[in-house]
Ligand binder design. Structure first.
Ligand code: F0G
Length: 457
């Protein structure tokens, strides 16, 4: 018999306490934090859905692997185990370990970016865009139109707009495009997957113009699971097979191992090009460390190698995608507007639709995120005008979407935690018309969402 309840395919081995707070406490904490959720003490957060990055629970086999870590500066056996685990899924010739994803981005764009260069992506994640721009290059997003429409039910809303990409290549000239990026899944666009067909088409287009294709592959296993579930002819394949096919379409990748590789820290940069790898390794030595450990300890490398074997379990991926959908569908059915279909690692509430009375430049996403914390101690993350509104030329422009992301740490919360989140979201929806916007009091030069302070209007 098949049963409907989605059970967590693991049992709890070690626990961390949650601290209960009152609404009155939380109003004080968030005011002291300048209404910036990144500035809260996490002991004062009940359900932390700020990010799925590095916040997951490791398995007992990962903890055992930590003990096995070898801390030799050069040529550690832990490095070999890690490299082999990466190449088993992503058979790129060169694997360069880094302490997290943005370190890989910094190295790649230092090598390839610079003034006059243009880098297309389906949608750049915030640190990816920031690293492109910091190098002096320009970042461009070409996700399909359906991917910008929160309610559209297209099964692969992370897909690249091929017509727009080709037009861009012809306009800018191949000599000015050092790399084409594809983010799987498309985090900033709602955690939406990219189809295998679209990946093939982008790869073909890159080959036609002689451009290298790099994956920003943080959530590769979730993306591969969506392909298996949704794309014609993929239902009988092992996800490992799908992942290898995706890797075979690209020339390299950047990776945050804090997501699907089930690590608390880590990342890598991988590629086939020998000359580029040489440049990147030299940059790595400048800032991250020797090429057999990057910014990581041997024990971290071992934990990641085990994580890479656990993430491709079909039982895990089925639970992961279904349990995220459980939250998203409950909110949607309860009348909370969310990005549909539900993405892999997070549910994205459409703050523009929920709070139509708050103008974009008064940050409806921020208003909603603050209210979720005040009401229920839930910490989500604004992905809207606060995150993307400030342009390199200093102007402020509303973002394409005003979202609040509830990201689900891997293997961390149970269904009763999620049922509580649903209850709190419903209560916030009831009081939506009373919420007011925010203004920014203090703002840094870049990536302002991390450290700006706000006040209610
Ligand atoms: N690319 C994507 C698509 C990401 O989602 C992230 C991180 C990075 C690159 C950078 O990796 O954090 O290891 O340096 N995303 C996290 C998030 C922070 O909350 O979505 P990192």
């Amino acid at each position: 018999m098949e049963f409907n309840t989605i059970i967590e395919p693991f049992r709890i081995h070690s626990v961390a306490p949650l601290r209960m707070t009152t609404q009155e406490d939380r109003e004080k904490y968030i005011q002291e934090a300048g209404y910036n959720l990144f500035s809260l003490h996490s002991d004062n957060v009940l359900i932390d859905l700020l990010t799925d990055s590095g916040t997951g629970a490791m398995s007992r086999n990962q903890w055992a692997a930590i003990q096995h870590g070898d801390e030799s500066y050069a040529g550690s056996p832990s490095w070999i185990i890690f490299r082999d685990a990466v190449q088993n899924l992503f058979p790129f010739k060169h694997v360069i370990p880094t302490h997290q994803g943005r370190a890989a981005e910094k190295i790649l764009f230092t090598a390839l970016g610079g003034k006059g260069k243009c880098i297309p992506n389906n949608t750049h994640f915030d640190t990816t865009r920031a690293n492109v721009e910091y190098s002096g290059a320009e970042a461009f997003d070409f996700v399909i139109a359906e991917g910008r429409d929160a309610a559209n039910l297209h099964p692969f809303k992370g897909n690249m707009d091929l017509v727009a990409l080709e037009k861009f290549i012809l306009e800018k000239g191949v000599q000015n495009i050092p790399v084409v990026m594809m983010t799987i899944t498309n985090n900033s666009g709602g955690g939406q997957p990219v189809s295998l067909e679209n990946l093939h088409a982008v790869s073909d287009l890159c080959k036609k113009y002689g451009l290298p294709l790099f994956l920003d592959a943080c959530r590769f296993a979730e993306n591969a699971w969506f392909i298996r579930e949704r794309e014609a002819g993929q239902q009988d394949r092992d996800v490992v097979d799908i992942i290898r096919e995706i890797a075979g379409l690209a020339d390299g990748m950047t990776m945050s191992a804090k997501k699907d590789p089930l690590g608390n820290i880590g990342g890598w940069l991988a590629m086939n090009d020998d000359a580029l790898a040489g440049i990147c390794r030299n940059l790595l030595i400048l800032t991250e460390g020797f090429p057999t450990y990057g910014g990581l300890a041997g024990r971290d490398l071992e934990a990641l190698a085990v994580g890479l074997t656990e993430i491709v379990s079909h039982d895990y991926l089925k639970y992961r995608i279904q349990s995220t959908a459980y939250l998203g569908n409950a909110l949607s059915e309860g009348g909370v507007p969310v990005v549909l279909p539900i993405g892999g690692h997070a549910v994205y509430i459409d703050a523009r639709a929920l709070l139509p009375h708050i103008p974009a430049l008064q940050y409806p996403g921020q208003a909603l995120a603050v209210e979720l914390y005040k009401m229920g101690g839930i910490r989500g993350c604004e992905i809207g005008t606060v995150m993307f509104g400030r342009k390199p030329d200093g102007t402020e422009v509303p973002a394409a979407m005003e979202l609040v992301r509830l990201a689900i740490p891997r293997r961390t919360y149970t269904q009763s935690h999620i049922d509580y989140v649903i209850e709190v979201c419903m209560a916030v929806k009831e009081s939506a018309s009373e919420l007011r916007g925010y203004r920014i009091v203090q703002e840094p030069a870049a990536l302002r969402h991390f450290t700006s302070t706000f006040e209610p209007i």
